[in-house]
Design a protein around this ligand. Structure first.
Ligand SMILES: Nc1nc2c(ncn2[C@@H]2O[C@H](COP(=O)(O)OP(=O)(O)OP(=O)(O)O)[C@@H](O)[C@H]2O)c(=O)[nH]1
Length: 369
């Protein structure tokens, strides 16, 4: 039979082992958290950041659900998520303002309750416990992170929230940074007057599209579009009215684009469009529709004025495998050069017209400008 001392000794040993085990688990959790925070801070862009939050966080911390709600009053996040780099499968909700998150000022831990904001209730998931973490700076949350578990003891109201608050602060700053980077990149490739892509973006995409047409075996077409007698608009109505006309023409052209077409402002009153996978007759019919849409109604400008505008359009097409073997820059020049020559013909033969290039219109392969 044990002496009282031996019993106490055994009890103390068991207690010590439990404490050591708890300390080990806490240390392991801290290390995993520090590692995740490090990766969040190093995230390259919004897509990378979302992957870390919605996939890695769930896996590394054995969570059954991770959800993210973000305020998007300007629509920038929505636009950033339409980036082809993102696949849109995230358990992510965008809301126009913070009203649905009213009252969420600090982490809330415990079983999911009826008082949880509706946007933070995952569809089809019955969580035994969850942590709701407000994101953003200041009093008003700009979003929230939901960590959910099927184990009731995972999140309880009496738990310390220091680590969760730290995680939420880091996530908030990283999201803000990623969005600021995205906005900066957008500014560098967007024409401020019309909101369409600028020439720098177009030049880059043209090279990419030539590579893609070879891989996917489709054609690549290009349209040059120039506003007719635009100098008269400026001279007769002023520069501001001219700007208004340029912006309106961009909007009218954009109505006819497919999701993967690219419209860019190439220079003053000239636009360029890249259209993959079209045959000659489809190219002509899209170009004709654009020409008619621009001419269909005068553009309203300051006061009661409205200005009738027309455009001339030149198009060219590289058929599947066209000029394969030549270097991509030479092929790009050839495509643009042919479209440019066709535009010149449209101008010379009366304006408000569409002309498509005959093959080898520009045998030197040089862009006319
Ligand atoms: N308002 C405004 N005008 C611009 C802008 N960029 C270029 N322009 C003007 O666009 C006009 C282009 O005129 P031209 O290239 O001579 O040709 P056009 O009058 O359009 O005549 P055609 O092209 O031959 O039909 C010039 O007067 C430029 O000053 C701009 O951003 N805003």
């Amino acid at each position: 039979m044990d002496t009282p001392l031996a019993t106490e000794n055994r009890w103390l040993r068991a207690r010590l082992e439990t404490l050591i085990e708890t300390a080990r688990e806490t240390e392991d959790k801290l290390n995993r958290l520090a590692d995740l925070e490090f990766r969040l801070l190093q995230a390259r862009d919004l897509s990378h950041l979302l992957r870390l939050l919605l996939q890695d966080l769930k896996r590394d911390f054995e969570l059954d659900h991770v959800g993210l709600v973000l305020c998007d009053p300007t629509g920038d996040l929505q636009a950033a998520l339409e980036d082809p780099l993102l696949d849109g499968r995230w358990p992510l909700r965008l809301i126009p303002d913070a009203a649905p998150l009213q009252g969420l000022h600090a982490p809330v831990l415990g079983p999911a309750g009826d008082g949880d904001p509706a946007v933070l209730r995952p569809e089809g998931e019955d969580l035994a416990s969850r942590a709701l973490l407000p994101l953003g700076r200041g009093d008003q949350p700009q979003g929230a992170l939901l960590l959910g578990s099927n184990r009731p003891e995972r999140y309880t109201p009496d738990q310390d929230t220091f680590l969760l608050r730290r995680l939420a602060a880091i996530v908030s700053v990283c999201l803000e940074n990623a969005l600021a980077h995205w906005r900066l990149r957008e500014m560098g490739v967007t024409d401020p007057l019309t909101g369409v892509r600028n020439r720098r973006f177009f030049d880059q995409r043209l090279r990419d599209e030539i590579g893609r047409m070879d891989r996917e075996g489709h054609a690549l077409a290009c349209l040059f579009i120039d506003i007719d007698h635009f100098k008269r608009v400026n001279d007769g109505h002023g520069h501001a009215a001219g700007d208004r006309v340029i912006a309106a023409v961009a909007q009218r052209l954009a109505r006819h684009l497919r999701r993967f077409d690219l419209l860019a402002r190439y220079g003053g009153e000239e636009f360029v469009i890249l259209l993959p996978a079209l045959d000659d007759s489809e190219l002509r019919s899209i170009a004709e529709r654009m020409r008619r849409t621009v001419a269909a109604a005068p553009v309203p400008v300051e006061g009661d004025d409205a200005i009738q505008v027309t455009v001339s359009i030149g198009g060219a097409r590289l058929p599947p495998g066209g000029l394969q073997g030549q270097d991509p820059v030479a092929r790009a020049h050839k495509l643009l050069g042919n479209a440019d020559h066709a535009l010149l013909r449209a101008k010379e033969t009366g304006r408000n017209r569409v002309e498509l290039a005959e093959e080898d219109l520009c045998p030197q392969g040089g862009h006319a400008r």
